[in-house]
Each structure stands twice: as structure tokens, then as C-alpha cells.
Design a protein around this ligand. Structure first.
Ligand SMILES: O=C(O)CCC(=O)C(=O)O
Length: 266
């Protein structure tokens, strides 16, 4: 796809002049209507193909909620698939990625590029929270810590099916909160925090939230009959992507066995 579509889309965004200051202040931001209803349908169909057995995604798929008991028989508690863009030709050149990139450039700077993408899906009644955490605790330590994650809802999201919830201003502290694995032997990380600090960001499908790499965030379990599909794209300075790759860190592009994370603070 043409980058010009994304640039044209950006010009239609009346509130874009406020994005950067809001992001700097709060560490998160809501941008409505990133995708039209027809565009949402396109990404939902891609998403559903990846969730079904039409593609062998086993190299990139795991249960992000495996640290808790299984809530719905034969269903992952939280389905995470890394690198959806690697399953479709030029998906990363599509409207979702390119418009998200334009927003990332507005809130951070022009030197940012896509680091990785992923899907996180909470099926009906799987009722598993993604505990409070800071994304930076999943990544190698980098000299330039600027990073932004764009979380695109492909279903309407509310607190009862797992919308994003943020601790405003939590990115401002230069040091990470103490963190640990939610359960030994499992991938998911949680940090110190109290749920009373959280502010929910319910959004309609096609809209997105953005958060800084140090913003503390959380999603509740899906206790509804509805799906909760999120398509997530992360951006950081190109130099830092090169820095990560030079250390062999590719956000599991080569497969989930290749995931390594920082040692949690004692
Ligand atoms: O979708 C979720 O449940 C969690 C998403 C998240 O933690 C992230 O995108 O950084």
C-alpha cells in the first residue's frame, strides 16, 4: 500500500495537534477510527484465519494466560500470535500498520520504525487478566528507551471483555517498577501496582490506544459472550531495532524458543 494513504488519513485527524502533548503527559492516548468499518472487516478476516487452523502458526502462538487454570475447555486463556505480518504478503504495508506508523511518528519522532507486531485475543468467557506490567520489562535494556505500542481493537472493547487500562503518568519514572514472572516457568510478567490506579480506555472497533514502553497497563478478563481481538504494532527508533537485532533479539520472529527477557529485579 501507498504511504500517501496514511499521510492523507493523518491530515483528516482534527485532534492530531493534541496527540503528542497528551501522550507525553499521560503516557497513553486514544485515537478514534483508525480503520473504517470495511477495513475492520478486512483485518478481522485475516485475524480469524490466523486463529483457525488455516495457517500453521504454532511457531509464533502460545497461551499468554497459561499461568492460570484453563477457564474454557480446549481454549487458550489468552491467545497470543507473534508476527502476524509474516503470514501475509505485504500486510505490514497495509492501512493498519502505515497509519499506526504515522501516529507513532507524531507522538515520538520521525526516526521510529515498526519493531514487531502481534495479535492478542481473549475469547468469550476466558476470564483471564493480563496483569499490570510495563512492556519495557520484556525487552533488552536499550540506550534509547523511546517506544510506543499501538493497540487496535477489532471488536468493541469495554472493561468486561478486556479493554486496555492504564496508569496515567506512570511512564515518567525513569526506573521500572519491580517486576517478576506471574508464575515460574511462564512467560507473562507482572509488576507492582494497585488496580485502583488504573484508568480504563473503552473504544469502538477500528479505534486504537497508544502507550509508551514504560506505561503501566492491564487488561481484565473477557467475561462476555463477545470476542476481544486486538491487533498490536510496536514502534521504536530504527537504531534501537538494529541494536536489538544485533543481540539476536527479534521478539520471537524466529520462533517462541528465541524469546529472552530481562532478569526480573530481586
Ligand atoms: O491485549 C492485552 O490483553 C494486553 C496488551 C498488552 O499488554 C500490550 O499490547 O502491551
Amino acid at each position: 500500500m501507498d504511504v500517501s494513504d496514511a499521510k492523507e488519513w493523518l491530515k483528516t485527524q482534527k485532534s492530531s495537534s493534541l496527540w503528542k502533548s497528551k501522550f507525553i503527559e499521560d503516557g497513553y492516548l486514544v485515537v478514534e477510527d483508525l480503520l473504517s468499518p470495511e477495513e475492520v472487516q478486512f483485518y478481522q478476516s485475516i485475524y480469524d484465519k490466523l486463529l483457525s487452523d488455516k495457517f500453521d502458526t504454532s511457531k509464533h502462538r502460545h497461551d499468554l494466560g497459561s499461568h492460570t487454570e484453563q477457564k474454557v475447555k480446549d481454549k487458550e486463556n489468552i491467545c497470543q500470535i507473534m508476527w502476524p505480518s509474516s503470514y501475509f504478503d505485504k500486510l505490514e504495508d497495509g492501512k493498519l500498520h502505515k497509519r499506526a506508523h504515522e501516529i507513532a511518528k507524531v507522538v515520538l519522532a520521525d526516526d521510529v520504525d515498526m519493531d514487531f507486531d502481534m495479535l492478542i485475543s481473549k475469547a468469550p468467557h476466558t476470564d483471564t487478566v493480563t496483569p499490570m506490567h510495563q512492556d519495557q520489562s520484556y525487552w533488552p535494556d536499550m540506550p534509547d528507551k523511546r517506544a510506543v505500542t499501538v493497540w487496535v481493537a477489532l471488536d468493541d472493547v469495554t472493561e468486561d471483555n478486556g479493554c486496555m487500562c492504564f496508569v496515567p503518568g506512570s511512564h515518567k519514572s525513569e526506573t521500572l517498577r519491580p517486576f517478576r514472572k506471574a508464575k515460574e516457568g511462564h512467560h507473562v510478567i507482572c509488576c507492582d501496582g494497585d488496580e485502583s490506579e488504573l484508568v480504563a480506555a473503552p473504544i469502538r472497533k477500528g479505534s486504537c490506544t497508544l502507550h509508551h514502553g514504560r506505561t503501566v497497563h492491564y487488561t481484565g478478563g473477557n467475561i462476555t459472550d463477545r470476542q476481544r481481538r486486538a491487533f498490536i504494532v510496536n514502534f521504536r527508533p530504527l537504531k534501537m531495532i538494529e541494536f536489538e537485532r544485533a543481540q539476536g533479539f527479534d521478539h520471537a520472529k524466529a520462533g517462541l524458543n528465541n524469546i529472552n527477557i530481562q532478569t526480573p529485579e530481586k
